[in-house]
Design a binder for this molecule. Structure first.
Ligand code: PGA
Length: 247
C-alpha cells in the first residue's frame, strides 16, 4: 500500500518577505525526511518568492483558485496563474473559505475539478463544526462534503483529502488521535464503497487542526492518518518536527 506521508504548511494570510526568508532558510537548513511530501502555502503574492528560496524538495501551493482560466473575476486567481508562479499544489475548500467567505460544496467541487484539469495537485479540505460534532453529525457532514468533491474527481492520484475539524483549527484544541483516526477510517471506508478500493487504499487523508511539534508524533501513528495540514505551527521551526513526525 505505502501511502507517502504528506505535510502541508498553510501560512494563511501571514508573512512578509523577511519572515518568509527566515522560515524557508530554516527549512532548507534542516534535515527533512525524504519519505515525506512537503508543501508550503504562502499568500499568492509570495508564491514565486517562496519557490525561488525553497530547496527542490519543498513544493508550493496556492491557498485558493477559481474555476475558470481568466476573465472578469476581480480579486481571484486561476490555477494557470498559480502554476505560472511555480505552485504545483492548491488548497481548496479550507474551512476559512467555507465559513468566512461563504464557499459552498458545489463551488468547491467545481474548483477542485478545474484545478485538476489544469494539472495541479489538490489538497481538498473538509471538516465539521463543533455544533455538528456535538449533535452527532460529524459523519453526515464530512460525507456530504466529500461526496460533492468526489462527484467531480475522475483521477484521485493528485488529490490529498484534509480532514480538518473546524473546532480544532487555530484553537489549540487538537482532535485526539482516536477522534481523528475514527473519522479518517470512516472517510477511507466511504472512498472504498463509493469510489473504489484502490482509491481508498492509495489516497492520502491528512489531519489538520492545531497540529504541533508536541502532538504530531502520536497522531502520525494512527494507521489512517497519512500526514498533516498545519497552520500556525507551519510558521515556526517546529514545522520541521512535524515534517519528520513519521521518521
Ligand atoms: P492550525 O490550522 O494548525 O493553525 O489549527 C490548520 C489549518 O487551518 O489548515
Amino acid at each position: 500500500m505505502g501511502r507517502k506521508f504528506f505535510v502541508g504548511g498553510n501560512w494563511k494570510m501571514n508573512g512578509s518577505k523577511d519572515e518568509i526568508k527566515k522560515i524557508v532558510d530554516t527549512l532548507n537548513a534542516a534535515s527533512l525526511n525524504d519519505n515525506t511530501d512537503i508543501v508550503v502555502s504562502p499568500p499568492a503574492c509570495y508564491l514565486e518568492y517562496t519557490k525561488g528560496l525553497a530547496s527542490q524538495k519543498i513544493h508550493t501551493a496556492g491557498q485558493n483558485s477559481y474555476k475558470v482560466a481568466k476573465g472578469a473575476f476581480t480579486g481571484d486567481l486561476s490555477p494557470q496563474m498559480l502554476l505560472d508562479c511555480g505552485a504545483d499544489w492548491v488548497i481548496l475548500g479550507h474551512s476559512e473559505r467555507r465559513n468566512v467567505f461563504g464557499e459552498d460544496d458545489q463551488l468547491i467541487a467545481e474548483k477542485v475539478s478545474y484545478a485538476l484539469e489544469c494539472g495541479m495537485s489538490v489538497i481538498a479540505c473538509i471538516g465539521e463544526k463543533l455544533e455538528e460534532r456535538e449533535a452527532g453529525k460529524t459523519e453526515e457532514v464530512v460525507f456530504k462534503q466529500i461526496e460533492a468533491i468526489a462527484a467531480k474527481v475522475t483521477n484521485w492520484d493528485k488529490v490529498v483529502v484534509a480532514y480538518e475539524p473546524v473546532w480544532a483549527i487555530g484553537t489549540g484544541k487538537t482532535a485526539t488521535p482516536q477522534q481523528a483516526q475514527e473519522v479518517h477510517a470512516q472517510l477511507r471506508k466511504w472512498l472504498k464503497e463509493k469510489v473504489s478500493e484502490a482509491v481508498a487504499n492509495s489516497t492520502r487523508i491528512v489531519y489538520g487542526g492545531s497540529v504541533t511539534g508536541g502532538n504530531c508524533r502520536e497522531l502520525a501513528q494512527s494507521p489512517d492518518i497519512d500526514g498533516f495540514l498545519v497552520g500556525g505551527a507551519s510558521l515556526k521551526p517546529e514545522f520541521i518536527e512535524i515534517i519528520n513526525a513519521k521518521a
